[in-house]
Design a protein around this ligand. Structure first.
Ligand code: ADQ
Length: 458
């Protein structure tokens, strides 16, 4: 079996017995433990000087980390990645701020990642790059003579052709993506969007098996929906029963029903619409006033990007307004926590909630939706209210209460249905979703990606 080399923008070196947070880290670590190999990427540090790659060996995994220069952190990370590609792929072109300088920085950093990776490679290593930060990596590795199998998985949505073409450098970037051997997407919608971009942007037709050639290079694109470690999630939620935080939370509810949202603070997650939909619930269905609490956990992310300041301000205003409008001296309808919690506590919060409210305006997958389901008590499960624009909706629509996050009355109605749902229907829906989660868990995701990469082209 070949060695696996995982490349991602950020890497997480585990400390002690603690598992790093987030689905990507869990999946990557499990794959690396199985095959042995290297996890390579940005250290999270910004250095004034071009520094050497830092190497940490733990078991059969080598963590190889490079720093970014300050101008690259600004122009590549905050700039092209988070102010161009992120809004573009999440269908928010109004937040897109393109400049040629940042596009150059994106390629400069992808070239630097490639240059510092080459000395670490062995001839039959399988290289698996992750996410939109590394669309150009294959191009630079190929220019440096690397002939290894190169796979790429996009965690976020791939935009429709009409949107992709608004990127001034769309043709070049798409050509670079096509230098990978295998490109994986979360859902069929993303795959079809990619095929259309290849067809209309590069004039290349895709075969029925998802294979095509750009120039002489054969490549393949396919759907690999990311899953979770169901057993670990369930057991973290079960263990949380003993945690004092969970006891405090449940005590503070005084038998009121809990609706929960857990997200990074990001405009793609639809938090403002979610707050307004909850306000509609209290307006349209007054019997829920004083009888439920909405807890939103949303720690800040990407503080250096301007669009994030605005959403932070809007959310604070909306939470204040709704509490001001409906609160009583012994009840506040919204608890908005602008900070992070460790994974055990989060899973405990998910288990304690009668409703999981996951309403992104656009999301590659949304692992919180899956985690919410896995955290439930099988004898008394809560209800998932899920946006039809989250990738997770492609797998969970038979069990979740589906809503369109742009339809505030519809989300309020979905909440009403969820809060009133009888036990037998909750159990029935939960079982349907658990079956899907178990069938397509994090292990099957990585095995199917790595196996396909190994076998293509045979
Ligand atoms: P994210 O946008 O980060 O990921 P998501 O999938 O919801 O979104 O969350 C990833 C992980 O972070 C989950 O394990 C979750 O528990 C954790 N997390 C989320 N909010 C948190 C919070 N407030 N505090 C602590 N932990 C939190 C990107 C894509 C998603 C895709 C994933 C994986 O945007 O669509 O599902 O990658 O492919």
């Amino acid at each position: 079996m070949s060695r696996l080399v995982v490349v991602s923008n950020r890497i997480a070196v585990p400390t002690g017995r603690q598992t790093p947070p987030g689905g990507l880290a869990v999946a990557v670590l499990a794959a690396l433990k199985e095959y042995g190999g290297i996890w390579y990427g940005w250290s999270g540090e910004v250095s004034q000087l071009d520094t050497d790659t830092k190497i940490v060996n733990k078991g059969n995994i080598t963590y190889a980390m490079v720093d970014l220069l300050p101008e690259d952190h600004d122009d590549y990370y905050n700039g092209f990645c988070n102010s161009v590609l992120w809004p573009l792929c999440h269908y928010r072109p109004q937040f897109m701020e393109f400049s040629r300088k940042e596009w150059e920085a994106y390629n400069r950093v992808n070239e630097m990642f490639a240059r510092k990776l080459v000395p670490l490679l062995q001839p039959d290593d399988l290289i698996w790059a992750h996410d939109y930060h590394l669309f150009s990596l294959a191009h630079h590795l190929r220019l440096m003579g690397v002939t290894n199998r190169l796979g790429f998985f996009l965690h976020i949505p791939f935009p429709a052709w009409g949107l992709w073409r608004s990127l001034p450098c769309y043709e070049e970037l798409l050509t670079f993506v096509c230098e990978y051997d295998l490109v994986g997407f979360q859902t069929n919608d993303d795959l079809i969007a990619f095929y259309n971009c290849v067809k209309y942007g590069l004039g290349v037709d895709v075969g029925n098996d998802g294979a095509f050639k750009v120039g002489k290079h054969p490549m393949r694109a396919q759907v690999f929906p990311i899953g979770i470690d169901v057993q670990a999630t369930t057991s973290a939620a079960r263990k949380s029963r003993r945690s004092s935080t969970r006891k405090r939370l449940i005590g503070s509810l005084r038998r009121r029903k809990l609706i929960v949202g857990i997200d990074r603070l990001d405009y793609s997650k639809g938090l403002l619409s979610r707050f307004l939909a909850y306000e509609r619930l209290l307006e349209l269905y007054p019997h829920h006033r004083r009888n439920c609490v909405f807890l939103q956990v949303a720690p800040e992310s990407r503080k250096d990007v301007e669009a994030y300041d605005e959403i932070r301000r809007e959310l604070e205003e909306a939470a204040g307004h709704i509490n001001g409008r409906f609160a009583d001296f012994d009840w506040a309808p919204i608890r908005y926590l602008n900070r992070g919690f460790n994974r055990g506590i989060l899973m405990g919060i998910l288990r304690a909630a009668q409703v999981g409210l996951v309403t992104p305006l656009r999301d590659g997958m949304n692992l919180v939706a899956k985690e919410y389901v896995a955290c439930q008590d099988p004898r008394n499960p809560g209800v998932l209210v899920l946006s039809s624009l989250a990738g997770a909706s492609r797998e969970l629509s038979d069990g979740a209460v589906m809503v369109n996050p742009f339809d505030l009355d519809g989300v309020a109605e979905g909440l009403e249905v969820a809060l009133q749902m009888p036990l037998d229907e909750r159990i029935h829906r939960w079982r349907i979703m658990m079956k899907v989660l178990r069938h397509n868990d994090i292990r099957s995701w990585r095995i199917s990606f790595v196996t396909t990469l190994q076998q293509w082209p045979t």
